[in-house]
Structures are given as structure tokens and as C-alpha cells.
Design a protein around this ligand. Structure first.
Ligand code: AR6
Length: 188
């Protein structure tokens, strides 16, 4: 299952259901935690598929700067993943949406997109950050993700040509497609 949308000439958003570790890109965003300690969910899948090199790099980052604040992201290599970079983004734990969660989640996407442009990344993939154990309602989180990516791709100075949302499961896929459809023309 996949659906592509055009954001501006030559730039697209692809929604592709499945396991983000199997989608070849320049950079993969990860849904990490503030301790950068690894965990379950998509984080666990990324470390399993990427191998121990990614955690070694995170150990080094922890030694240097401690962890990563909520709303931030740090970059490592991608080990054995079909990518060059992993951006470990720390999404908010959802309480009720009135404790800064929307701004923190938007900040995760912006940080990843900025890290991507600093590294001349052309293709980047995103899981649905914060929508698993962190409890962010999927629809609200997807509205934010789609809005931030569209805004970034509208900047001609960005080198990103394709952003790929990788929702896990049919239900999540349907939500992403619906929200992209409401905001963008389909290209195929
Ligand atoms: N590919 C794509 N999406 C996935 C995959 C996968 N292989 N596996 C799960 N998802 P979560 P969070 C989806 O819990 O809510 C970790 O322990 C999943 O269906 O992975 O940001 C970290 O270490 C959900 O929609 O991340 C943190 O401690 C989405 O990924 C904490 O969880 C995010 O779910 C972060 O929680």
C-alpha cells in the first residue's frame, strides 16, 4: 500500500504502509526517548535491523551531551539499515494536548528536517512519532507531521525531494492518506 502526493514541482510525499526499516532512504527518523537508551516499538526495530553500531554512536553522544530534550533529535549513522543516517527524535509523552505536546511534536519533525538539510539528504522517512507507547492520538499527530513536512518542502532552499511517511498498519495508513489528501493533490 502506497500513495504519492505532490507538494511542489519535483517534490513529493509518499505514504507507504509497513516496516520503516525496510524502506531505502538517505535518512530514517526514529521515535526515541530522552535518554537515547533504545527501547521497544519502532526504536527497537531500528536498533535490531541496524545493528550495534547505532547504539555505540548514541553512547558517545550521551557521554558528550547527556540525552536529548523532548522535541529535539540527534543524528547517527544507520549501521546495516538501507540508509546513511538515523535521526533519533524525542517525541512528547501525550497527557491531554495542553502541556506543549503539539509544539514539541512539531519541533521533532522540524529538527529532523533541519538535520536532513545539513547533510544534503534527498529522501527521508518518518514513523508516526509519539503515537505508540507515548500515547499521542494518531490523527492529531498526523495533522502535525503532514503540516510540518509540507511547510518544509515549500522552502526552495531545502534539498529534500521526497519525504516518506511509514505508518504501521492499514488503519494508520488510511489516516495518513486522508490527511495528505485533504492538504495536497495526489500525483498518482
Ligand atoms: N515501522 C514503522 N512504524 C512502526 C514500527 C516499524 N517497524 N514499529 C512500530 N511502529 P513507538 P513512541 C509504529 O511506541 O510512541 C520506544 O520504546 C507504531 O505503530 O515506537 O514515540 C522508545 O525507545 C506507532 O504508531 O514510539 C521510546 O521510549 C509508532 O511507530 C518510546 O518507545 C510509534 O510508536 C517512544 O514512544
Amino acid at each position: 500500500m502506497a500513495m504519492e502526493f505532490t507538494t511542489s514541482p519535483g517534490r513529493t510525499i509518499l505514504v507507504r504502509e509497513g516496516d520503516i526499516t525496510r524502506v531505502p532512504v538517505d535518512a530514517i527518523a526514529n521515535a526515541a526517548n530522552a535518554a537515547l537508551a533504545g527501547g521497544g516499538g519502532v526504536d527497537g526495530a531500528i536498533h535490531r535491523a541496524g545493528g550495534p553500531e547505532i547504539m555505540r554512536e548514541l553512547d558517545e553522544i550521551r557521554r558528550r551531551i547527556g540525552g536529548c530534550p523532548t522535541g529535539g533529535a540527534v543524528a547517527t549513522g544507520a549501521g546495516r539499515l538501507p540508509a546513511q543516517h538515523v535521526f533519533h527524535a524525542v517525541g512528547p509523552v501525550y497527557r491531554d494536548g495542553r502541556h506543549g505536546e503539539p509544539e514539541q511534536l512539531a519541533s521533532c519533525y522540524r529538527r529532523c528536517l533541519a538535520l536532513a538539510d545539513e547533510r544534503q539528504v534527498r529522501t527521508i522517512s518518518f514513523p508516526a512519532i509519539s503515537t505508540g507507547v507515548y500515547g499521542y492520538p494518531l490523527r492529531e499527530a498526523t495533522e502535525i507531521a503532514v503540516r510540518e513536512v509540507i511547510a518544509h518542502l515549500a522552502n526552495p532552499a531545502s534539498g529534500i525531494q521526497k519525504a516518506i511517511f511509514v505508518p504501521f498498519g492499514q488503519q494508520a495508513y488510511d489516516v495518513y492518506v486522508e490527511i495528505c489528501r485533504a492538504n495536497l493533490p495526489a500525483s498518482r
